[in-house]
Design a protein around this ligand. Sequence first.
Ligand code: B12
Length: 211
Amino acid sequence: MSNVLEELNQKVIEGKLEIVQELTRQAIAEGHDPEEIINQGLIMGMNVVGVRFKAGDMYVPEVLMCARAMSGGMEIVKPLLMGKEIVSAGKVLIGTVKGDLHDIGKNLVAMLLESVGFNVINLGTDITTEQFIQAIKEHKPDVLGLSALLTTTMLGMKDIIDQLVEEGMRDEIKVIIGGAPISQEFSDEIGADGFAPDGASATELCQKLLA
Ligand code: B12
């Protein structure tokens, strides 16, 4: 791999936004293909971050800095991809359920999914069942990701799955759930397709479900 891409990799892992942006510009000036910059520079660095976070070697604030650095580089490369089709790993619609305002973990999951090539639509927090259903009809995602951090709001996940069944849409989409009070047992109980305890596992779960 060329020096500038290797360096880019390293600076994403270190979470250095300005340097990542500078190196991204340099890589473009040196004539590197935009997809090469994204895949070998930005995403590869973020993959390492995902693995380290899962292993407990990195903490949330550091991961957020890395994700911000990666996004900063992406912003510079993206305009060069206009008209070029990037191969997406799949489309994921993600949101925090009704009554719940926690979004740090959900955003982390969204960023890590983006970093491995998923097209992510992040609906935000306090999303009602109706809003989820409407958004699924509009965007037709492959995966629906539901987040809840409160024991009182996690029950809303079941309502969304029940509504998908009611509308005859359940077979068209994989549903994954997560958040501090969520377990595999709860996932099985409400008929979700899977649960992941952290961002790196969430990306692996999506890849497995869509394989
Ligand atoms: C930060 C925080 C807040 C912030 C949220 C800011 C924000 N923008 O998100 C604020 C201050 C707003 C807040 C408010 C409240 N909070 Co609060 N909060 C927390 C705290 C300390 C950390 C949560 C967090 O961000 N963790 C870090 C992230 C990275 O971890 P994570 O969210 O678990 O996400 C990871 C995984 O769960 C998973 N994941 C998450 N989502 C998804 C989705 C999918 C699809 C997948 C696959 C995986 C996945 O991957 C993530 C990345 O690794 C927790 C304590 C805790 N230990 O969880 C309490 C906690 C969740 N809060 C709690 C409470 C009670 C409240 C309030 C009711 C307090 C109050 N009385 O006002 C309000 C509720 C507001 C509301 N309506 O939502 C309780 C919940 C108790 C319970 N059993 O329900 C907790 C557990 C604290 C406690 N011990 O009492 N809170």
